[in-house]
Ligand binder design. Structure first.
Ligand code: ADE
Length: 256
């Protein structure tokens, strides 16, 4: 999969593509990337990329000509082109999965007050926001998108890791522990050291449900959860076994 990121400050993104898991994915040929400086497509003497907003108002807008030329060189129209903006649709794991199915993805980062609407109308296929807050520019949002997407590509990280993580089953991930089993007088829940895999799976699902109910209740469907998960949701509610921030999941240590 190839990411082409267009920005006025492409150096902000360079370190991200040159470190850690991404570095390995690029070296292994799983991911390609191109960082494009929009200013390289400005043709006037001062390589101007911004201008005042028609109708008045504070701040500057990115001009259409350099953006148009940069996007055309990146293959637009005809390639999935995301503009990251707080006025877009809210990004989530389902969108990450859908975008991870593309072989080419262009991401456009805005600066200043945004970009000329005519560029959005003619070249942008998706306007995406990473959350209900305003960043000073799109580069960090672009990195968030790329990170959420590339790790879903085959071979980048293990399929097992992806299956268990938050949102994979519509729930937040359960709490996890490593050695030592007794740390600063806090014991790992007994069931996790029992070796009983059915009980461990039950505890994990119940803890996922309890945590989701405490932090993100809107993720739980109004129809409840199917089958076993629905039973566990009722148990969590009956026990008042809320996930307690700071103490982990305290309920559900029953060994039936
Ligand atoms: N640019 C500035 N704020 C943003 C946000 N919340 N999401 C995406 N792009 C942005």
């Amino acid at each position: 999969m190839k990411f082409t990121v267009l920005s006025l400050f492409p150096d902000i993104l360079r370190g991200f593509f040159e470190a850690s898991i991404m570095k390995r994915a690029v070296a292994g040929g799983l991911i390609e990337y191109s960082l494009v400086n929009i200013r390289d497509y400005a043709t006037d003497k001062h390589r101007k990329c911004d201008d005042e907003v028609f109708g008045g108002g504070a701040g500057m807008l990115m001009k259409p000509e350099p953006l148009d030329a940069a996007l055309a060189a990146a293959g637009s129209p005809g390639v999935r082109t995301v503009f990251v903006t707080p006025s877009g649709r809210l990004f989530n794991q389902a969108m990450a999965r859908e975008l991870a199915a593309q072989e080419n993805l262009v991401i456009l980062c805005g600066r200043y007050e945004g970009i000329d609407q005519r560029v959005i109308d003619t070249r942008v296929t998706d306007e995406i926001s990473i959350g209900d807050y305003v960043l000073s520019s799109g580069e960090v949002a672009a990195m968030v998108l790329v990170d959420a997407i590339y790790r879903l590509r085959p071979g980048v990280i293990s399929g097992e890791s992806l299956e268990e993580e938050s949102f994979s089953k519509g729930l937040l991930e359960y709490p996890q522990y490593t050695r030592p089993a007794n740390y600063a007088s806090m014991r790992v829940p007994e069931v996790l050291v029992s070796g009983n895999h059915a009980q461990i799976a039950r505890w994990r699902l119940k803890a996922s449900i309890a945590k989701t109910l405490a932090y993100r209740p809107e993720l739980l469907s109004t129809d409840g959860l199917p089958g076993k998960a629905g039973e566990l949701l009722r148990e969590v509610i009956d026990e008042g076994g809320w996930y307690e921030p700071g103490t982990g999941y305290t309920g559900g240590t029953d060994q039936e």
